[in-house]
Structure formats: C-alpha cells, structure tokens
Design a protein around this ligand. Structure first.
Ligand code: UGA
Length: 437
C-alpha cells in the first residue's frame, strides 16, 4: 500500500486494522517490521496519501477499492488441521465489508488463499449486500521479504484475476489502471479469478520445489565429493533451468512456502487427487529432513555428543534482511541441539532475544540452555562449534582468526548457507563444513 501511495499520488490509501498497537507503530518513527527501504517510502507518503487508522468502518465506507490483506495461517484445529488454510479472518472481513459498505465496492484479495475463496467472499457479500454491488478480484502478491521495495518497484508481473463478465472486466480495468501508474502494461496479466488464485499457490510451490530439489542433491554431493554450488552453477547455465533459486541451504523458511504447499496438497486431496497431493507434500518433507540433517551433521561431527557443549548459532531470521522468524530453519536446528543437551547461544542482528526464546521454547517457558548474544564474537567465544543459519552479510566479514582463537579446539564451523570461504577457514584451523560440500 505504501508503494501504491508513492507511485500514485492521486490515490488516497488508508490502511485499517483492529490492532491499535500495530497502527500506532505504523504511525510512529519505529515501524513494526524491518524491510530495507520501507522506512523512506513510508516517511515520504505518510500523512500525504498514506494513512494508518483503526477506524475500520469508516475506512470501508470511504473506499472504492478494498484490499483484503489479512492473515491466512494454517488451520490448527478440526477438519484439515495442519494443512488447510484458516479462513476465519477472510470471512470476518467479508462480513465487516458487507455491514459497513454504503455503495458499490471492488474487493481485492491480497491474502494468499485457497482456490475458490473468492466465491466464499462473493457469497457472504451477496447475502448481506443491502442492494450494493460488489466485484471480487484476486491480486496475489509476489514480493519477497528483504527485497520488497525492489520487487514492488519493478515487478516481474502483476496478476489480476476477475470475473469474465462486463462488471468483472470493468473492475479488473480499474485495478490495472492503479498499477499502470508505474508498471508497464505488458507486465500486468489478467486472468479469471481461479487462475489467479491458483497461480499464487503454484508459483510458491515451484520455487520451494527448486530448493528441495537442490537440497536433496546436496546430500548426495556430501556423500560423493561433488560440490553442490558447482552443480547448481552448471545446471543453472541451461537457460531452460535458469540460475535462480538453486542455492542449497539448511532449508527454506518463511510464512509462505510450507503453508502454501500444504494448502495446495489439501486442495488436491479435496478434489480427489491424492497422488498430486503426495507429490507436492514431498517438497515439505524434504525440507524438514534437510533441517534435521544439518543438526545431525553437527552432532556426528562433534564426536556424536554435544551435551554441555556450547554451540553458537549465527542468524535466526528465515533469511537475511528481515526480522521475520516464521518457520525459520533456525528454530528446528536450535530445538534439535537443545534436545541433545547442547548449550545454544544465538546471535541475530535484527531479531530480539525474547522472540528467539518464544519461537524455540514457547511463550512463557524457560530453557536455561538457550541464550542470546549481542554479537557474533560474543556468541562464538568459548564455543565448540559455530552454525551459520542465516546468510546475513555481516557474517561474511567477521574476523575469523580472532573467533577461532577464542573458541574451544578443534573449532568446528557449519555453514548452512554456503556464504563463507571454507578453504580459507580451514587454513585458519577450522573444521569447516558446508551444505552439499
Ligand atoms: C516467497 C516468494 O519468493 C515470493 O515470491 C512470495 O511473494 C512470498 O514467498 C509470499 O508468498 O509472500 P519469501 O518467503 O519472502 O518470498 O522469501 P524467499 O526469498 O522466497 O525465501 C524463502 C526461503 O527460501 C528462505 O528461507 C530462503 O533462505 C530460502 N531459499 C531461497 C533457499 O534456501 N535457497 C534459494 O535458492 C532461495
């Protein structure tokens, strides 16, 4: 919404949320999420044509276009628990819109949702419309965290799905015109509603599948002496395969990939396609296996026991340049090491200590073996091993000679992101291991 406000100064954008603390944070000097470049954009447009407010009813009444951007977590209860999307927030927003709307509105699904959710929204709106007309569009978001501003400034494509009726086409055109303020028209794709909803889930499934594919090969590389980065580089030069998203890692994290694949698999099963469901679920299974494989490698390298050994975990966010920790592989790695009774010391440049504790051991619970350091040096001092779990740039320029000198010997290093120069680290005396190396 900040980008729309920036690029389309003629449009008034109001972000409304029931959560007053969240809105207050967006109105303050300290934004509630860390995203490079976002501060500057918000600072430029806030108060001009970007507003943050808790006045939900008023926001609905005043708007011509309403973007629904609520959470759609995986259901934790009842039918589809652990796989299906929990649509309660979508439903509640649809009901609020129906209740407060005082004229025709275009409702845009921005949240990632299962295919055919637009029908649910339409149904609720139609049943409560009090004579107003609503058009529902699907406009999934493809930005990635950490690069959101660049992704939004020059998107590969903008996707807009709508009903292929005169009313639907007109609504699609209205939204196309919003993006056309800065996105070349040929990059704005229009489809029917369900293709658009489906394309979002499928894009994430394909991206995650590439990571699981290269991660599966990383295990084979370790066993055979091949180097996974070399393999990835070689196959990526085939223009049909392409070089992106082939970086072997300790596993993918983030709020989207796992959730969207499980959701896709659940849909397949619902529509009587268990083989297709199993195919996609294997992407998530491979990812889980890779996270645990990394921890097992640490334990086996440290002579099959890490009990009471100090292990420095560098990085906790699910990727660099974000403070988001959802589904971060660091959580699984820390839990595995704690289960082996290691003393785990985490350092992350952006994630606060309380969040690290909460993610690993749960809210309000204590785990004295888990501590958080305020620098990589502090985390590594006295450690038997270092595990790099997030690819933060600052880890590449650490003084490893100093770190090695302050560690227990032999000093082990496990690079879960392949960002470090392992041969050089070995000359410094590290027993250094990478993923797929
Ligand atoms: C992902 C998609 O890339 C976006 O297009 C999509 O809009 C977004 O989900 C969403 O659905 O909201 P995001 O999860 O923010 O974006 O970040 P990614 O850059 O995709 O990274 C996901 C995970 O995969 C990270 O843990 C990352 O470290 C890992 N990864 C990525 C690898 O392990 N190897 C790679 O080659 C690339």
């Amino acid at each position: 919404m900040a980008m729309i406000a920036l690029k389309a100064p003629g449009i008034q954008v109001t972000v409304v949320d029931l959560n007053a603390a969240r809105i207050a944070a967006w109105n303050s000097g300290d934004l509630p999420i860390y995203e490079p470049g976002l501060d500057e954009v918000v600072r430029q447009v806030r108060g001009r044509n970007l507003h943050f407010s808790t006045a939900v009813a008023e926001g609905i009444r005043d708007a011509d276009i309403i973007f629904v951007s609520v959470n759609t977590p995986t259901k934790t209860y009842g039918v589809g628990a652990g796989r299906a999307a929990d649509l309660r927030y979508i439903e509640s927003v649809a009901r609020s819109i129906a209740e407060h709307a005082n004229g025709p509105k275009i409702i845009v699904e921005k949240s990632t949702i299962p295919v055919k959710t637009a029908e649910t929204i339409k149904d609720i709106l139609a049943a409560n419309s009090r004579g107003h007309t609503f058009q529902v569009l699907s406009n999934p978001e493809f930005l990635a965290e950490g690069t959101a501003i660049a992704d939004l400034t020059a998107p590969d494509r903008v996707l807009i799905g709508g009903e292929r009726t005169p009313g639907g086409e007109a609504a699609i055109q209205t939204l196309v015109d919003v993006y056309a303020n800065w996105v070349p028209r040929e990059r704005i794709i229009t489809t029917n509603l369900w293709s658009s909803e489906m394309a979002k889930l499928v894009a994430n499934a394909f991206l995650a599948q590439r990571i699981s594919s290269i991660n599966s090969i990383s295990a084979l590389c370790e066993a055979t002496g091949a180097d996974v980065d070399e393999v990835a580089h070689a196959i990526g030069r085939d223009s049909r395969i392409g070089p992106k998203f082939l970086k072997a890692s300790v596993g993918f994290g983030g709020s989207c990939f796992q959730k969207d694949i499980l959701n896709l698999a659940y849909l397949c099963e619902h529509f009587g396609l268990p083989e297709v469901a199993a195919y996609w679920e294997s992407v998530v299974r491979m990812n889980d296996w890779q996270k645990h494989r990394f921890s097992r490698r640490i334990v086996s390298s440290l002579y099959n026991t890490v009990a009471e050994k100090r292990i420095a975990v560098l990085g906790f966010a699910f990727k660099k340049d974000t403070n988001d920790t959802r589904e971060s592989p660091a959580i699984a790695v820390c839990r595995d090491l704690l289960a082996e009774q290691a003393r785990v010391v985490v350092y992350d440049p952006k994630v606060p200590a309380h969040e690290i504790h909460e993610e690993v051991v749960g809210k309000g619970k204590q785990e004295p073996r888990l501590t958080v350091a305020s620098s990589a040096y502090e985390a590594a001092a006295g450690a038997h091993a270092i595990a790099v779990v997030t690819e933060w740039d600052e880890f590449k320029t650490l003084d490893f000679a100093r770190i090695q000198a302050e560690m227990k010997h032999p000093a082990f290093l496990f690079d879960g992101r392949n960002i470090l120069d392992l041969p050089r680290l070995r000359t410094l005396g590290f027993r250094a291991h990478g993923i797929g190396k």
